[in-house]
Structures are given as structure tokens and as C-alpha cells.
Ligand binder design. Structure first.
Ligand code: MG
Ligand code: MG
Length: 255
């Protein structure tokens, strides 16, 4: 069931979204060569504690993971793309790090992800990150009342196709608000004009992610981390967006 949010509720999600944006910006700043993933996890955990926020990941135990998750941020390096379990690993020059953060404040959730290249930026990695960011922008641009979920999906896939990256449709975007995952599901590829009609008050996380040379994935032996099947590098960009009469409002973009 899709729950539409009132303008006041969207305002509360925006408050959460600004916190998520701030913490992700701090992670981008801190993601330097030699920094351990566990230090980044500890930073997020402390920020959530200070803010009196609730981690959406802590104790999360979905069917696709080996729950419960006991971390506050997903950190996915290189061929890892989603649900990366923070572990004892010091970042190396040229690593591609995705950070995905979902928290609730006073019962309202926001979810966002960003990918940063650590140290030396290899051109193929920059291109991959740029593709996910452009796909996210293209998807947000069509997140308009009267359009359909399929328009968002198609916008993401069109950018992937233009760049030559295959698209996986198992994991994609989703509704959110009171919880991290609500209806509708938003695949990262689909047909324009199909699916649920976007209405003012719909709040969704849009999250294109691509691997350079495959659309297949597997789960790491850690039970959580999802990796590209062929070991190719990956990137992930995500924002929480509210559909409004005035167009898309990106709740997790720093004001
Ligand atoms: Mg996320
Ligand atoms: Mg999400």
C-alpha cells in the first residue's frame, strides 16, 4: 500500500534528510587513504547518537541479509555495491567507496547514498560515478505528478544505456517515510508510462547503481555485502524525493 504524506510530514522528512546529507558530506570528507571503514562507521554511529536519531540499519533483518545488521551505515568498496558491511579495512588509493545511510528522526525516515573515489581518480571510475549521478538527476527530473514509476525507471536505464553499463533490476528504489522500505518498488529499468502514477505526497528513494561490465550480483560470505558477479567496479547514488505540486523536492540534498 502506498501512503501519501502531508506537506507537514514531508517537512519532517526534510529535517531528517538534511541530517543524512550532512553526515554523508562528512563521510566524503573523511574518506581518505588509510582511513578504516570501522572509523567511518564509528563516526556515523556517534553522529546518530548525538542527534537522537534512529538508525534504520541497526538490527535490520530482511530476507536478503544475514541479520540482524549491527552497523549504522553501509560502506561498499570497489566491486561491492550495496549493503556493504563495514569491516576492518583501510581505504587504499583509488578505491571507489559508496556510503548508504538511512535514519529516522522523530519517526520520519530519509535515505541517501553517495560514491566517492579515494585519492587518485581513475577516469573509468569517474565516468561510472558520473553515470549514476546523471541517472539520478534524470530520474528526479521526471518525478512529477501524473508521470509513472516506469518513467523514473526508464530515465535511469536510458542513462545507463548511453554510457554502456548494464542494469540490474533486482535492487532499486522504493517508497519510504515512516519506515525505510515502503511501496512502491522502483526498478532501475522499465517502460515509460507504466506502473503506479506519481501523486503529490508520494515520497520515494531513487537509487541508480551500476557495475561497469555486468548486471549480475552475488552476496559476499559476510551475508550482507552485494558484489558485482565479475568483480568489476560499481557506483551508487541515491536521494529521497518528495513528489509535490511544484515538482520534485530532493529532501536529502543539502539546502
Ligand atoms: Mg539507501
Ligand atoms: Mg534506499
Amino acid at each position: 500500500m502506498v501512503e501519501l504524506k502531508s506537506p507537514a510530514e514531508i517537512e519532517r522528512m526534510w529535517v531528517t534528510g538534511q541530517f543524512v546529507a550532512q553526515v554523508l558530506a562528512e563521510l566524503r570528507e573523511r574518506a581518505r587513504v588509510g582511513v578504516n571503514l570501522l572509523e567511518l562507521e564509528a563516526h556515523v554511529r556517534e553522529r546518530i547518537r548525538q542527534r537522537g536519531a534512529q538508525s534504520c540499519y541497526w538490527d535490520y533483518a530482511p530476507s536478503f541479509g544475514r541479520g540482524p545488521f549491527r552497523n549504522t551505515v553501509c560502506l561498499s568498496v570497489n566491486d561491492a555495491v550495496l549493503h556493504g558491511l563495514p569491516f576492518d579495512y583501510a581505504l587504499r588509493d583509488g578505491d571507489v567507496l559508496s556510503a548508504d545511510l538511512a535514519v529516522g528522526i522523530d519517526g520520519w525516515v530519509a535515505d541517501s547514498a553517495t560514491t566517492v573515489i579515494v585519492g587518485t581518480q581513475a577516469a573509468p571510475d569517474q565516468r561510472l560515478v558520473r553515470a549514476t549521478e546523471e541517472a539520478l538527476d534524470a530520474a528526479i527530473a521526471v518525478a512529477l505528478p501524473g508521470n509513472r514509476i516506469g518513467d523514473i525507471s526508464a530515465a535511469i536505464a536510458a542513462v545507463a544505456n548511453a554510457y554502456g553499463y548494464p542494469v540490474n533490476t533486482e535492487f532499486g528504489g522504493h517508497g519510504l517515510g515512516r519506515t525505510m522500505h515502503e511501496d512502491p518498488h522502483i526498478p532501475n529499468a522499465g517502460k515509460p508510462g507504466r506502473g503506479y502514477t506519481l501523486r503529490p505526497g508520494l515520497t520515494i528513494a531513487i537509487e541508480p547503481w551500476f557495475a561497469r561490465t555486468t548486471n549480475r550480483i552475488y552476496t559476499d560470505p559476510d551475508g550482507w555485502t552485494i558484489r558485482s558477479a565479475d568483480g568489476s567496479r560499481t557506483a551508487h547514488s541515491e536521494h529521497t524525493v518528495a513528489i509535490t505540486e511544484d515538482g520534485p523536492r530532493v529532501l536529502t540534498r543539502a539546502a
